[in-house]
Each structure stands twice: as C-alpha cells, then as structure tokens.
Design a protein around this ligand. Structure first.
Ligand SMILES: NC(=O)c1ccc[n+]([C@@H]2O[C@H](COP(=O)([O-])OP(=O)(O)OC[C@H]3O[C@@H](n4cnc5c(N)ncnc54)[C@H](O)[C@@H]3O)[C@@H](O)[C@H]2O)c1
Ligand SMILES: [Zn+2]
Length: 375
C-alpha cells in the first residue's frame, strides 16, 4: 500500500468491537483526511496539540483534513508534562465544550505522549466518552503511548494516577514527523523499542544491534520497520491483556526502577522517561543475573547496545547527590503497580524472555542499588 511519501504499514489491534488500526509510514499524515473522514458523523474534528507540534506539524495536518473538506478546530496547550494535570484537563474539557463538542464527535491528539494521555483522558470522560484518534509525533508515542488505550494525568502523589482505559479509534504514526524531534527525545523513545526486543523478541533485538544506528540516524525504512515491529509487539500484548491483569505487565520491564528514578528527579528534562528506563532495564537484567535467572552475557549484551545508542546505562550517571537505595525503594513501593506492599519486577531469563516476578527480595534490590549508586 502506498501512502503520501512511501509504503504504509498497517497493524491491527484486536479488541473485538474496540479493534483499531495503526497506520505507519512516512507522509501518512497527509492522508489524515481520507483516513479520519469515514469515522466522522459531521465534517469537523477537534484537534488537541501542543505549541511545539502545532508550529511544526499543525498546518500540514490541518491541510490534510481540509483536503477532505474536514474543518479542524485546533486547541493548543503548552508543551511539556505540566499539562497532564487536573487544571489543564479542566481547561481542555471546557475548550472542547465551548466549541460545541457533541457525543458523536471525534477528538484528535496530535503530539507526543503528553498530548495523547491528556487528550485521550479528556475524550474518555467528556460527555461520558467520545471517540479519539492518536496522531503520535514522538518515537515514544509512536511505539508506546499512542497504542494501547491507557490515558491519564499526573497527581502530586505520582505520575498517571488518575486516568482511564480508552482505546483510540485509529492511530496515524507518521515516521517523517520524527525528522524534527530533538535527538535526545529520539534516543529516549528508542529505549522503548529496545524494550520490545528484550521482552520477547530476540530477533528484533539482534536486528536493532545492526539496524538501530540507521534508525537513530534518520533512515526511513529502519524507522518504519522498528515502529511496525514495536506496534505489533504491543498490539499482541494489549489484545491478550487489555487491562493489565497479567501479561501486559511485561511492558513494564525497567519501569519499576525507572519510575523511581523519574520520581526522585521530580519529572522534567533532567531525566527523560526513556533514559530512566534504559538504566532501569540494565538494572532489571543485573538483578536477574544476581538471582541466577539470566546469563551474564545477555545482560552485558543489552547494556552494550543501550550504551551504543547513546542512552545512559549507569545509575550513578543519572543519580542525584542525595539518592540512597532506601529512598529509591520507598519510591518503588509508592508506585501504582505495587500489590499488597510487595515489589513486583519484570525480570529476564535472557534477551527476549522477560517474566513478571511478584515477590522479589527487597534485600537483593537494596544491594543492587547500593552497588550501582557507588559505581
Ligand atoms: N499511555 C501510555 O501507555 C503511555 C506509555 C508511555 C508513556 N506515556 C506518557 O507519555 C509521556 C511522554 O511522552 P513523550 O516522550 O512523547 O513526551 P512529550 O509529549 O512531552 O514530547 C516530548 C517533547 O517533544 C516535543 N515534540 C513532540 N513531537 C515533536 C516533533 N515531531 N518534533 C519536535 N518536537 C516534538 C513535545 O512538544 C515535547 O516538548 C509521559 O507523560 C508518559 O507518562 C504514556
Ligand atoms: Zn515506558
């Protein structure tokens, strides 16, 4: 199938009546009008975006809608995690209602994971739920947050603590939008791509070892393949376990550690999510080696690849001066994935073979963190 600028990949997320397609390709947003049109009950949509994405891609997106005679009303929020708040949710809901949002209307989230989570949550609760379309413009959003239906805002108590499962009706992932993404953001999103290989696709990981540099360097074919494989991996896991009763927890590889690092830094540009989980995945593999689950060679290999991709792999490289193992463990215990106060980790028996471990010995985690902070 040919899209605006190149071949388009289509990944189906199978969820019965809530199934949807993810379209991936360079220039695919230029077909947004013909893709979104069939979903509409009237010729207008509300587009939610942030200031940066509005400047870079908003005009082109609106033009694609206009070409199909669809009127777009664009609501722009500031860029950054700060908008994943009740205050901005309220403003966004009011802006949608002021523009005459109806039950049959569709909201488009054009931007990174922040816009997707915020606009997706607004769509989940406005008028008790309206449909929405994800148009992710960061690598992280294209391979992760744009797919799977988790929407949320943050609370002073922690990230993503208020939200809803609300699946999009369509995902349009234009790989060309990544051309304007700062390299650091691209690398952070790449950590999530590596994650899919580490969870259960050793072949994908092996391909990334050679294809990763091309992807990060801007090669369109490598990007398309990596995003397609990542979306297939996530789609399969979400289809099997939409609400994270079991298998979906595998997607949290590196995240029990990583969320604690993000929380310790207070969320912001100092440590990006993907950077935090790169170190978190390294520690998850190191813990797996210490517990006798994983061959040391596999841990060394995944670490080397993340480092080669320009991601941090040492806890001491990202740690604040006042970090201690106990403080990090307390933050992990405050994470929403905790059940009955016990720490749950995704560990690995090797590259491509992750397992959820419900009862990990806190002393082993403390020793690991102590050693990692001292290095
Ligand atoms: N819902 C989920 O399943 C899920 C999964 C993972 C992460 N998340 C959430 O996603 C968020 C992080 O997403 P993110 O990394 O995309 O952050 P983001 O949305 O803040 O985007 C990062 C930065 O890049 C800018 N940007 C976006 N697209 C651009 C482009 N094409 N060119 C240039 N700049 C661009 C943004 O304006 C922003 O400044 C977090 O809030 C996290 O909690 C959600
Ligand atoms: Zn993540």
């Amino acid at each position: 199938m040919d899209g605006g600028g190149g071949p388009t990949d289509r990944v189906r997320v199978e969820l019965g009546a809530r199934s949807y397609d993810i379209l991936i390709g360079a220039g695919v947003i230029d077909r947004a009008g013909t893709l979104v049109g069939p979903l509409l009950r009237r010729d207008r949509v509300l587009v939610v975006t942030d200031e940066t994405v509005a400047r870079l891609w908003g005009g082109r997106f609106e033009a694609a809608l206009a070409a199909a005679d669809i009127a777009a009303e664009t609501i722009t929020v500031p860029a950054g995690e700060v908008t994943k708040s009740f205050a901005w949710l309220e403003r966004l809901c009011a802006a949608c209602l002021d523009r005459g949002l109806e039950r049959g209307d569709l909201i488009v989230a054009l931007g990174g994971g922040v816009v997707g989570d915020l606009a997706g949550f607004a769509a989940a609760i406005l008028l008790r739920g309206v449909r929405f379309v994800q148009v992710p413009t960061t690598l992280l959003a294209q391979v992760d947050s744009g797919v799977g239906g988790k929407t949320a805002i943050d609370m002073p108590q922690g990230k993503n603590l208020v939200g809803a499962f609300h699946q999009p009706s369509l995902v349009i992932a234009d790989t060309a939008t990544l051309d304007t993404l700062p390299p650091r953001q691209l690398r952070a999103g790449y950590a999530e791509v590596v994650k899919y290989g580490l969870i259960r696709d050793r072949d994908l990981f092996a391909w990334l070892e050679t294809g990763g540099p091309a992807l990060l360097g801007g090669d369109a074919a490598a990007r398309g393949r990596a995003i397609g494989e990542s979306c297939r991996a996530k789609a399969a896991i979400v289809a099997a376990d939409e609400r994270e009763a079991g298998e979906r927890a595998l997607l949290n590889l590196g995240h029990t550690f990583g969320h604690a690092f993000e929380a310790a830094h207070g969320y912001g540009d100092r440590l990006l999510h993907g950077e935090a989980i790169a170190v978190g995945m390294v520690l998850a593999f190191a813990l797996s080696v210490r517990l006798g689950l994983c061959p040391a060679d596999d841990a060394a290999r995944m670490r080397a690849h993340l480092a080669a991709a320009g991601l941090p792999v040492e806890l001491s490289a990202i740690a604040g001066a006042d970090w201690t193992a106990d403080r990090l463990i307390a933050l992990m215990q405050a994470d929403k994935k905790v059940a009955g106060g016990r720490l749950t980790f995704v560990l690995a028996r090797g590259i491509g073979d992750a397992v959820v471990m419900g009862e990990v010995d806190t002393a082993a985690v403390r020793d690991l963190l102590d050693d990692a902070l001292r290095r």
